[in-house]
Design a protein around this ligand. Structure first.
Ligand SMILES: C[S@@+](CC[C@H](N)C(=O)[O-])C[C@H]1O[C@@H](n2cnc3c(N)ncnc32)[C@H](O)[C@@H]1O
Length: 213
């Protein structure tokens, strides 16, 4: 079994973000298991400062597969003031606007992953028109509101190749633990018969695309 490198674990511990280590390691392990018959790049929606991208980018580097990480870098509604998740260090002093792009670049540079990661800056729905199917794995961790979450599912999940992965973050079955939309797309994907669940780690759910009829 390939281990996630210690130097990246140390970097992850210092990187701003919302990815507990056990869930990050699950992203890494499951992405590494994507078989050669599954085609296309690995795609992440919601780069933020690059924490989850460390795990996915390292897996992509080992697999020699392209990895695309997508974000408009203006923050989700859940992370702008007055949210408890708002980080004033991410305000650009010259504009006063939220901007996580420079921090993402720095994370990828420190990780030596710049050559293996394609950073796409923009709205995930618009970028979906630029990334053709199939894709091998999709990690949804963008906006967590209803419209943003369902858009990410609806615009992207059909592109996942047979046996490819759909990984969803912040899936909470109990409303007291967190918002509902990621749980809704997770249950819908399984209920429709397009995906089966292969792992749960914390709030991360890992699903696999079933054969298309
Ligand atoms: C929860 S954070 C991602 C956390 C990150 N995956 C980590 O491991 O720390 C969500 C990110 O999604 C981005 N985002 C929200 N809605 C988006 C959209 N419609 N298109 C592109 N990016 C979006 C936000 O700017 C924010 O950086």
């Amino acid at each position: 079994m390939t281990e996630f490198p210690e130097r990246l674990k140390e970097l992850a511990a210092k990187t701003k973000g919302f990815m507990p280590e056990p869930e990050g390691l699950a992203l890494f392990d499951h992405t590494l298991k994507v078989g050669k018959k599954v085609s296309g790049p690995i795609v992440e929606i919601g780069s933020y400062c690059g924490l989850s991208a460390l795990y996915l980018g390292e897996a992509a580097r080992i697999l020699e597969r392209p990895f695309i990480t997508i974000d408009h870098h203006r923050g989700s509604e859940e992370m702008l003031p007055p949210s408890e998740f708002f980080d004033p260090e991410l305000l650009d002093p010259s504009t006063g606007r939220f901007d996580s792009l420079a921090t993402l670049r720095r994370t990828l540079e420190l990780a030596d992953l710049e050559d293996f990661v394609t950073v796409m800056v923009g709205e995930s729905t618009l970028i979906s028109g630029l990334v053709k199917a199939p894709i091998a794995a999709l990690f949804i961790d963008g906006g967590h509101g209803s419209l943003a979450t369902w858009n990410d599912f609806n615009y992207w999940s059909d592109k996942i190749d047979q046996d490819g992965l759909l990984m969803i973050h912040d899936v909470f079955s109990d409303l007291k633990d967190g918002g509902r939309p990621p749980f809704e797309i997770y249950t819908y994907a399984i209920h429709m018969g397009d995906f089966i669940e292969i792992a749960q780690v914390g709030s991360l759910r890992v699903l696999k695309r079933t054969p298309r009829l």
